[in-house]
Design a protein around this ligand. Structure first.
Ligand code: MG
Length: 167
C-alpha cells in the first residue's frame, strides 16, 4: 500500500465558473487558472501521483502547455488513474478537505463526493469530502482564494517479501 498527499490553491475571479470536484457550483466568482482550475480535482490528482511516486501535476500537465488551456480537469484525474492502473495500482480511498469562505459547501459536499467516486470508479464510502471556512482570516477567509487538501491510499498485489531479503 502507498499513501499520497495533494494540495492546491486557486484565486477567485469574477466571471469564471466555479467547479469543485467536477461539479458546477453557483457562485458569483469562480477559480482562475490555466485549465478549468478545479482545485479539488487538482489536489486529488496530485495525491494519486504522489502515492504512485509519479511526481506532481505540474510535471504531468504543465500550465504553460496550450493543450491544457481551459481543460476539463477530470481529464487529468482520469489519465492519472489510467497510469496507476497500468502499473497495477488501484485506489483504496480518498479523503478531501475543501477550504472556502463562501459559498457554504454543506449542500454541495454530497454531489462532489458522488462525482469524485464516479470519476475514480470507487464506491461512495471510499470517498470523503469535508469543507472548512477560512474563519474570515487569510486569503481563504477574505474570499480571495479556495484551497483543497487530499490524501489517497493505493494498493497493488505483490508477492510476499520479507525485509531480510534486502539485508
Ligand atoms: Mg491547480
Amino acid at each position: 500500500m502507498r499513501v499520497g498527499i495533494g494540495h492546491d490553491t486557486h484565486r477567485l475571479e469574477a466571471g469564471r465558473p466555479l467547479l469543485l470536484g467536477g461539479v458546477r457550483v453557483e457562485h458569483p466568482r469562480g477559480l482562475a487558472g490555466h485549465s478549468d482550475a478545479d482545485v479539488v480535482l487538482h489536489a486529488v490528482t496530485d495525491a494519486l501521483l504522489g502515492a504512485a511516486g509519479l511526481g506532481d501535476i505540474g510535471d504531468a500537465y504543465p500550465d504553460d502547455d496550450p493543450r491544457w488551456r481551459g481543460a476539463d480537469s477530470a481529464l487529468f484525474l482520469k489519465e492519472t488513474l489510467a497510469r496507476l492502473n497500468r502499473d497495477g495500482w488501484r485506489v483504496v480511498n480518498v479523503d478531501v478537505i475543501v477550504f472556502a469562505q463562501e459559498p457554504k459547501l454543506g449542500p454541495v459536499k454530497a454531489a462532489v463526493r458522488a462525482n469524485l467516486a464516479r470519476l475514480l470508479g470507487l464506491p461512495p464510502d471510499a470517498v470523503n469530502v469535508k469543507a472548512k471556512t477560512g474563519e474570515r482570516v487569510g486569503h481563504i477567509g477574505r474570499g480571495e482564494a479556495m484551497a483543497c487538501q487530499a490524501v489517497a491510499l493505493i494498493e497493488r498485489d505483490r508477492p510476499t517479501i520479507r525485509n531480510e531479503e534486502y539485508f
